[in-house]
Design a protein around this ligand. Structure first.
Ligand SMILES: [Zn+2]
Length: 348
């Protein structure tokens, strides 16, 4: 029986992958309905605000009578609260599904175990914790957000072969891409996937980035920058997009306007922790720290990061601003950039 449960939960995990980024800040979940060892319904979480996996799976069953003799497999505990949609645990009870196999408990305080309890109270046989680790892994951002009360943090930078992130002297105000078209496109894909991108003051002043998704399809991330003194003018690209940018500043004279929303922080205190708390309150579930070295190094020093993605160019700068230094305890992916190619070098 156990093997069978694992088999169907792994199918749930396959399905969950299809909803991952569109579902945020909801978790992406997969659900499978099995009648006499045959899959009669499947579903995954719709884009944010849409139907949950269980609802989609139940709706896909051609002969609803069979539900009364079926097992529902689901990678995450069915919800028990009214969010954007009614609770799935109520639907499971209403459809009289007799057996439910849950991959892992939902860490979200409004659900955490309550969906399971509700179904048990209704007389449903509920099994919890099948492929639990893999189910949590499949919603890393969601689990990090609720368990650690901060976004899932990805550090990203490009460095030269000799370990520099930028030359000492710039001649023009534009990003120095230790990069090529493929790397650039991949970064734009990440912009469409993660909820926010954050850069430090120097990066805004030196590179004037817009942090929008242009070389990929999909949404723009929330754009966040640090500006202790409030010195970055509204005319900079980051402040000139459809949605206002978020500026974290120590200057309380800065007032929010149509281009920029100001949030105040104590830059002499633990800034990284304050940023994490701020983003948690803003319901931002994932953030990419795109530079520069100083900003990234702050997150490393505070040990507040989950993943690093490093582009390594074949360019040699000789001298420059050193790239951030990390110990490889967390997940680190390295991408090698050659003239016309991009390779994944090393993934931990
Ligand atoms: Zn639900």
């Amino acid at each position: 029986m156990l093997e069978k449960d694992e088999y169907y939960i792994s199918r749930c995990l396959q399905l969950a992958k299809q909803g991952t980024f569109a579902a945020m800040p909801n978790p992406s979940v997969g659900a499978v309905i099995v009648y006499k060892d045959q899959i009669i319904g499947e579903g995954f979480t719709s884009a944010y605000g849409g139907a949950h996996a269980e609802v989609n799976a139940i709706a896909s069953v051609q002969h609803p009578d069979l539900l009364k003799e079926s097992t529902l497999y689901v990678s995450l505990e069915p919800c028990s609260h009214f969010g954007k949609t009614p609770p799935c645990s109520d639907l499971v009870i209403a459809k009289q599904i007799p057996r439910v196999v849950v991959g892992t408990i939902d860490p979200f305080a409004k659900v955490c175990g309550m969906g399971i309890q509700k179904m048990k109270d209704a007389g449903i046989e509920v099994i919890v914790g099948v492929l639990e680790k893999a189910c949590q892994q499949s919603n890393q951002r969601f689990f990090t957000f609720h368990q650690k009360k901060r976004p899932y943090i990805i550090l990203k930078w490009a460095e030269s072969q000799d370990g520099f992130i930028a030359p000492l002297h710039r001649t023009e105000q534009a990003p120095v891409w230790l990069s090529n078209a493929y790397a650039k496109q991949l970064v734009h894909k990440w912009r469409s996937e993660e909820m926010a991108f954050l850069v430090g003051t120097h990066t805004v002043l030196e590179d004037n980035p817009s942090l929008t998704t242009r070389s990929w399809y999909g949404k723009n991330p929330v754009r966040i920058y640090l500006d202790r003194k409030g010195q970055i003018p509204t005319s900079f690209a980051i402040n000139q997009q459809e949605e206002p940018a978020i500026c974290i500043t120590a200057n309380r004279e800065m007032k929010s306007n149509e281009h920029t929303r100001y949030y105040y922080a104590d830059f002499d205190g633990n800034l990284v922790q304050q940023i994490c708390t701020m983003l948690y309150e803003l319901q931002i579930m994932s953030v990419v720290i795109e530079g520069g070295t100083q900003t990234i190094q702050h997150f490393i020093a505070a040990n507040l990061w989950d993943e690093a993605r490093i582009f390594i160019s074949e360019a040699v700068l000789g001298e420059g601003i050193p790239a951030p230094q990390i110990k490889q305890t967390q997940q680190t992916k390295r991408y090698a950039i050659a003239n016309n190619e991009l390779h994944i070098l090393h993934a931990l």
